[in-house]
Write a protein that binds this ligand. Sequence first.
Ligand SMILES: [Zn+2]
Length: 105
Amino acid sequence: MPEQKRIRREKKTVGEMVRLYCRERHGSGGELCPECQELLAYAFKRLDHCKFGESKPACGKCKVHCYKPELRQKIIGVMRYAGPKMIYHHPLIAVRHLLDGMKSK
Ligand SMILES: [Zn+2]
């Protein structure tokens, strides 16, 4: 079974957000810093293991809190920072629902 569309889209979105965050906040050019590499690898792994697949809700709204607390805090920081910019830079990637879900916790 090919990788599910929904999961692939979330990976692309989270990848773009981490890259933008790392470039502007950590001053990395092109390459992600080790910390952000680890965070992104972790986020991808969580998505691969997500049991909801195609019917997956936005991660922030998900009932299963599959992130480790410290990485959860980091990804929330990335989304808060990069989310609004993503809408500007990549209007096709809608991240609002993701953001809203994360913030309401
Ligand atoms: Zn970084």
